[in-house]
Design a protein. Structure first.
Length: 423
């Protein structure tokens, strides 16, 4: 059971304190409407600050009183306070840069390196000095970067496609690229991912394909102010750089050059196309909703946690030596432990195949493909699956890959767990 922050004994004179009044307006704002834990976090540290109890505003104390951690928990191993503080700072910046927050004469901030709130009169210099870029500007940068990466990716795909194809080292790729049927590579939809983050909930494949999806996306666009910068953004086509680099790598295979290969954006796919041939799905279900069709077959589930904005992996049936839950390192870590997933499953028609490449980050998705495109690593994987000859077909399987990421580039990718589907 979680401990509750000691807020019941808040002195009555706080009601007349303009700083406490400001806090109440912030807590009642749309920015904090769906963030009950962040409300408690901010209320706890503000109360301690106003009572001059700075000794209670430590990572250990916040973890215990706000997030229900045991008194002796290790803050070095559990980064819940640090990760939530980043979101809290962002929410505060959003409040003071939109709606009623623009009219506030006093600012409440949480300077980096401390959890103590700071109050000061609002001036033009203080706003620019302590607040992150406005929400609209952040979204603009996200979309602009996505556009530039997409352009760079298209150039990379063309360059790789023009290169002489190489012969792959395993019959596995003949199962994905064959002359009997086309293969469709489906890239992730990053707008779909943004819509879910803005909504604070998962949007299912049925919702994604339904007419109500665009209405939901438009409502979120309007509420965030993004509609003024990019009208009808939900209907635009933006994907991640790992999608285009993975596509370029796939097109470098000899089979991909000699058979019919189709590239599709997730939004442009239909159920009719799903069963019309082999599929390669790039990205987890947070960005590629077509993964939902095959998740029931999988043991390793890539789940998105809206509170921390991170992907973690659930191992539904742990075997000896395996963990029930795999979590990547903190997003702000320079060198991170990340996880990729490979799933080779039968398609809905029962005749063709599906390859799902996903990860806890962009680099992790590329690490998953690295295992299949590296002769030595693929040979090790085949051995795990009991395949004695590399020129033989592999059974349907899934594998969990662990890698190290340094500045967004993955290395040291290793298969740490695998399953033959159906066993």
């Amino acid at each position: 059971m979680e401990k509750q922050a000691p807020l019941a004994d808040t002195p009555s004179e706080f009601d007349r304190d303009p700083r406490w009044q400001l806090l109440q307006r912030i807590l009642g704002s749309p920015q904090f409407a769906r963030s009950a834990r962040l409300k408690t976090f901010l209320q706890y540290v503000t109360r301690c600050a106003l009572l001059d109890h700075a000794e209670k505003v430590t990572e250990q104390q916040i973890g215990t009183h706000v997030f229900g951690r045991p008194d002796n928990y290790s803050a070095g191993e559990d980064n819940i306070v640090r990760s939530q503080a980043r979101f809290l700072r962002a929410k505060l910046a959003e409040y003071f840069e939109s709606g009623p927050g623009l009219e506030e004469s006093m600012l409440l901030t949480m300077p980096k390196g401390s959890y103590l709130p700071h109050f000061e009169p609002r001036t033009e210099s203080t706003v620019s000095a302590v607040a992150p870029p406005p929400r609209r500007l952040r979204w603009l940068w996200i979309v602009a970067v996505a556009t530039l990466l997409s352009i760079a990716g298209m150039l990379l795909v063309r360059q790789r496609s023009a290169q002489r194809p190489r012969s792959p080292d395993s019959a596995f790729w003949s199962q994905m690229f064959d002359t009997r049927r086309p293969t469709t590579i489906v890239s992730a939809d990053y707008i779909y991912s943004m819509v879910q983050e803005a909504a604070g909930r998962t949007v299912s494949l049925d919702e994604y394909l339904g007419a109500g999806y665009f209405k939901l996306a438009d409502q979120l666009d309007t509420a965030s102010g993004l509609e003024h910068l990019f009208p009808s953004i939900s209907q635009r086509h933006y994907t991640g750089f790992e999608n285009v680099t993975c596509t370029a790598r796939l097109l470098g295979l000899k089979q991909a050059q000699s058979t019919r290969t189709v590239l599709r954006f997730a939004r442009d796919m239909s159920m009719r196309e799903v069963g019309a041939g082999n599929l390669v799905l790039l990205g987890s279900k947070q960005s590629n909703p077509w993964d939902w069709l095959f998740e029931g077959k999988l043991n390793f589930r890539f789940e998105f946690q809206h509170a921390t904005h991170m992907v973690y992996i659930v191992n539904r049936t742990p075997r000896p030596g395996e963990q029930a839950l795999y979590q990547p390192s903190a997003l702000d870590a320079l060198s991170r432990e990340i996880y990729g997933g490979i799933a080779f499953v039968p398609n809905v028609d029962g005749q063709s195949n599906v390859l799902i490449l996903q990860g806890s980050s962009m680099a992790a998705t590329e690490a998953a493909l690295e295992v299949l495109d590296n002769p030595a690593k693929l040979r090790d994987l085949a051995g795990r699956l009991g395949a004695r000859r590399m020129d033989g077909e592999l059974p349907y399987f899934e594998a969990l890959v662990r890698a190290r990421s340094l500045n967004g580039v993955a290395s040291e990718s290793t298969v740490i767990a695998s399953r033959i589907i159906g066993e």
